[in-house]
Design a protein around this ligand. Structure first.
Ligand code: NDP
Length: 381
């Protein structure tokens, strides 16, 4: 039996992780559940899972009588306080955005294992996160499907050098759109992801393909690979989750139906695989698998992210901060889709790249990036 904190319990990843907890009550106890503002959903989850502690970023109007005995934490640092109070064996970090970075760092202090979905924590604080994980010998188990796939392929590495990582990419909702139509794509168009059902922010990130760029940065940090050895390949069926190429040219791929419970369960049960009601891959029904090179002209954010990784320092933080600001504005209906890439580009061009030596440096660079991005958008932060 392992105790686990589900940070971002009310989200897409969080609720699917709780589905696995529900299936394996003899293996996991959800000891700490957290959310941002969705008090009603968190109340329901607390009622069902009876954790030791729960945290909300805001102070709710009330707490239902029956769940008052739980240790409650409220306010902007509620998640890290709840983690410190419960000290679970594992933390599944599934907060969206850089907002999850401090919780990842805290989880590395208090947990035996960190299960990482929150890619923006690695994009912005990657060197600091991996250094702390190494210093405390805490495994960082990837939850992102591509990184889980690579991690699974690397189980067969046996110290052999890796020539290349190949990250597959569905292409997002606008994969087949003409460039001239993409600028004015609506929130509804963009949220209609062809193969994965995910939270709003990551679904927009898939449509701009900045998500694949964030994943290149994430792979760089998780697997200590330089940008030059990480390639992106478009694969519309989303059944090859990613691949590893070795020096003899052999390529190992991890495959399965697109269902996040696969990689979430793999991280939770590692090294055991936890069966769930996954649909088997039907190769005959699939008939063929397609692969193509990404189109950098229609999806400029991918190249911007890879360049930011190569530049280093605060460049990935600037990219991420500008993206979070622009995606938020797009989801609120304040800007057209095409402005997202323009704002990221303008913010990267405008700001100096600074060294990053601490989490405080990351937050300062993020703040500067958001301010600049909002200025580009003609809005207030
Ligand atoms: P969702 O938007 O569905 O959920 C986000 C969760 O984080 C919610 O529980 C939300 O609480 C909480 N949260 C949001 N902002 C804050 C904050 N400021 N402080 C504390 N908690 C906060 O996101 P996803 O589940 O889709 O994604 C989570 C992470 O996993 C992202 O980094 C994403 O890139 C990554 N990921 C997601 C995949 C997916 O399939 N969804 C696949 C691979 C990676 P509330 O409900 O109260 O707002």
């Amino acid at each position: 039996m392992r105790t686990i904190a589900i940070l971002g319990a009310t989200g897409s990843i969080g609720t699917q992780a709780l589905d696995i907890v529900r299936r394996y009550p003899d293996r996991f106890r959800a000891d700490c559940l957290t959310a941002n503002t969705n008090a009603e959903k968190l109340f329901e989850l607390v009622r069902e899972f009876q954790p030791t502690a729960a945290a909300l970023n805001v102070v709710p109007d009330y707490i239902p009588e029956d769940i008052r005995p739980v240790q409650w934490f409220f306010g902007p640092d509620a998640t890290v306080r709840a983690l410190a109070a419960t000290q679970p064996d594992d933390a599944l970090c599934a907060i969206v955005g850089i907002a999850g970075l401090d919780a990842v760092m805290r989880a590395l202090d208090v947990c035996e294992r960190v299960l990482l979905a929150n890619k923006e924590a690695l994009v912005t604080g990657g060197d600091l996160v991996t250094a702390k994980a190494a210093e405390r010998s805490v495994p960082l188990l990837p939850v992102d499907s591509e990184h889980s796939a690579i991690f699974q392929c690397l189980q067969a590495r046996h110290d052999n050098p890796v020539r290349r990582l190949l990250l597959t990419c569905s292409g997002g909702a606008l994969r087949d759109w003409k460039k001239r139509d993409m600028y004015a794509a609506t929130v509804r168009d963009v949220l209609a992801h062809p193969t994965w059902n995910m939270g709003g922010k990551i679904t927009v990130d898939c449509a701009t393909m900045v998500n694949k760029g964030l994943e290149v940065i994430e792979a760089h940090h998780l697997f200590a690979m330089p940008a030059e050895k990480i390639d992106v390949v478009i694969h519309p069926q989303s059944v090859v989750h990613s691949m590893v190429e070795f020096e003899d040219g052999a390529v190992l791929a991890q495959m399965g139906m697109p269902d996040m419970r696969g990689p979430i369960g793999y991280a939770m049960g590692y090294p055991r695989r936890l069966p769930y009601d996954a649909k088997p891959l039907d190769f005959a029904a699939l008939g063929h698998l397609d692969f193509a090179a990404p189109d950098h002209d229609r999806f400029p954010c991918l190249g911007m992210a890879i360049e930011a990784l190569k530049t280093g320092g605060s460049a990935p933080v600037i990219l991420n901060g500008a993206n979070e600001a622009a995606v938020g504005a797009f989801l609120r209906g304040q800007i057209p889709f095409g402005r997202i890439a323009e704002v990221i580009d303008a913010t990267l061009q405008a700001l100096p790249v600074r060294p990053i030596a601490s989490i405080a440096d990351v937050h300062a660079a993020d703040e500067e990036a958001r301010e600049r991005a909002f200025m580009e958008l003609g809005m207030r932060n």
